[in-house]
Design a binder for this molecule. Structure first.
Ligand code: 6CS
Length: 314
């Protein structure tokens, strides 16, 4: 078997390393029968192009961010809601592992579009980087914020008064450098590895959301796999949840230290008090009603279930 596995990241970054480890395990388990070629981001187009490649079977596997599927799978925009998951990344991962709302109900929604998400995992808490200090919602007034393409992400920033622009991350460094956009959100490892801190002055430890990625497969291809190979894929996907949790944790911790100690490109780290964080949360809450009433195709049922699961886990 020869399969293609695309990721939205490059060598060294979490998604890419995940796919390499996945490929290695599959090769071992199948005694060399399964050969997976992992593709770094860039070669096959934008993140949105890669979604299409998975759907039409040009690639069999992909690490995909829901932030790039929102124009199609409306329900997947649930991950664009700020302050929904617990502050603890560990608790968040536990919910992603166990949630029926996500692993059954949301999975069905993706399957309507030929995408089967086999797992959901976090790449860490997201933080804001910016060219001016952000510590209260009004700092976002007319602020040019780069986001991924899902409309609800844009809506979440409009709720703070910002002026969001969707773009691929491949254009982001230059856009920040030129001031086309003034800020962005990402987990710390990604901010550091993509060198966004070189062209930004502040990093607010907002933890306003978790970065969630999905391990996805082309639905028809996956369902056509023979029983033993399919079980191998499922088993590996399951094992990888712990592996990737540790990988993101290590990378995020290491990069926080590196960014803090980078004398050449100093970044002011902005820590928010509970009260300051609360002010953002207050502005973010109405977006949930918008999701429930205007975005969800099932009257917010998946969100209701997920919120209950989150409550029960805490
Ligand atoms: O900001 C982005 O669009 C990118 N961020 C991460 C953490 N992974 C890939 C994604 O395209």
């Amino acid at each position: 078997y020869n399969w293609k596995f695309v990721t939205e990241e490059v060598k060294g970054q979490v998604q890419y390393e995940y796919a390499e480890e996945f490929a290695k395990r599959m090769k071992e388990k199948s005694d060399g029968k399964v050969n997976i070629t992992v593709y770094e981001f860039g070669g096959l187009g934008s993140e949105v192009d890669q979604v299409e490649q998975l759907q039409n079977g040009a690639v069999e596997m992909a690490v995909m961010s829901p932030g790039f599927t929102g124009n199609m799978v409306k329900e997947g925009q649930i991950f664009a809601l700020h302050f929904l998951f617990p502050e603890s990344v560990e608790k968040t991962q536990q919910i992603l592992n166990e949630s029926e709302a996500l692993n059954t109900d949301l999975r069905n929604k993706y399957e309507e579009h030929s995408i089967t998400p086999l797992s959901f995992w976090t790449e860490g808490a997201m933080e804001w980087t910016s060219s001016k200090k952000i510590s209260k919602p009004s700092d976002f007034n007319n602020f040019k914020m780069r986001t991924q393409t899902s409309p609800l992400i844009l809506k979440s920033y409009k709720a703070y008064g910002a002026d969001p622009t969707p773009m691929s991350w491949s254009e982001l460094y230059t856009a920040l450098d030129r001031g086309t956009v003034e800020g962005q959100e990402n987990p710390i490892f990604f901010i550091g590895d993509a060198s966004f801190n070189e062209v930004q002055d502040y990093m607010t430890l907002s933890n306003h959301n978790n970065y969630v990625a999905m391990t996805t497969v082309n639905k028809d291809w996956y369902e056509g796999l023979s029983g033993d190979i399919k079980s191998m894929v499922d088993e590996t996907t399951k094992e990888m949840q712990d592996w990737v949790f540790k990988e993101q944790k290590k990378q995020n911790e290491e990069w926080l230290e590196k960014i803090k100690n980078d004398k050449e490109n100093p970044t002011e780290i902005v820590e928010l008090t509970d009260e300051q964080r609360e002010a953002f949360k207050e502005k973010a809450m109405p977006v949930r009603d918008f999701y429930r009433n205007e975005v969800s195709t099932v009257d917010g049922k998946i969100l209701d279930k997920l919120q209950k699961e989150i409550k029960d886990a805490q």
